[in-house]
Write a protein that binds this ligand. Sequence first.
Ligand code: KG4
Ligand code: ZN
Length: 342
Amino acid sequence: DRPPLILGLESSCDDTAAALLRGREVLSSVVMGQAELHAAFGGVVPEIAARAHAEKLDLAVERALEDAGVTLPQVEAVAVTAGPGLIGGVLSGVMLGKGIAAGLDVPLVGVNHLAGHALTPRLTDDLTYPYLMLLVSGGHCQFLIVRGPQDFSRLGGTIDDAPGEAFDKTARILGLPQPGGPSVEAEAAGGNARRFALPRPLLDRPGCDLSFSGLKTAMLRERDKLVAAQGGLHAQDRADLCAAFQGAVRHVLAEKTRRALALYLEEAPEVPAFAIAGGVAANGAIRSAMESLCAEHGVAFVAPPLRLCTDNAAMIAYAGSELLAAGERHGMDLAARPRWPL
Ligand code: KG4
Ligand code: ZN
């Protein structure tokens, strides 16, 4: 009754990933990024991504097997991201997953990429359902109550940009290096947040939805005002702008988290827990705001390690293991879905 050896595959955005998992033990997790392929274009180019996934998926699987010290015939189940994402890459993964599962005659399960992110806290911590989750990265921003591997309630999310995207754009506006999150956070440490009055989007509206594109526009406006007035930016201007920006993001995220926590706690969960995942969870100011909110409400705070929060295949294998345990199986007709809300 040893848990099955599961191969996970992920290729829905710009990371080609394969992982091997047994139970909650990650035997290997290979992530091959494509950043350098897309760098010149200022964003992920779907056509380039699709070609790179098709080229690299086999290699990712080979490396994952090698790292885990197992051979392909030992694999007992295959879990593959079947969406949402860039369709070319998702198709490559789904086709390879079907091929391996058919060749080995083992179960195949298609996994929702977002479910992979949302279940990751259970891979790393002893979390029981239901828990509250904030997914906050360069591509995602949403509050979910996670009740089971196929049972999610979305409480709200961004109506435009994700916060990580706003951090990256802010860095670009101020001439700071990418990725923007860490460089804006470093600058903010020496800044005065009160010097600029930035907007707090959607705070006046009920519910847990968020918006970050107005904040980006406000940053652009403040920078242009300073440049017009003094011919350029001083180091202190940059620090103050970063502090104001980070303070605004923290303020809206904390307030919406407070509301999401209240909705979640209405259900009187036996062991209340809040998990935060995604690149932006690395931000010390944002993280500590969330931690103290949880402490205030008597809710456990969980933040899985970053390598499992950013796109990877271990989270897909883990979500697959829960789906398989729940009796979920897919056949050769498993479809790749560009859009697939939780
Ligand atoms: O989860 P992730 O690695 O990738 C996806 O978005 O899929 O998140 C990357 C995002 C980037 O936008 C990056 O600027 C942001 O997370 N980020 C941060 C920090 N570190 C990374 N944002 C704020 N503060 C940080 N310290
Ligand atoms: Zn993702």
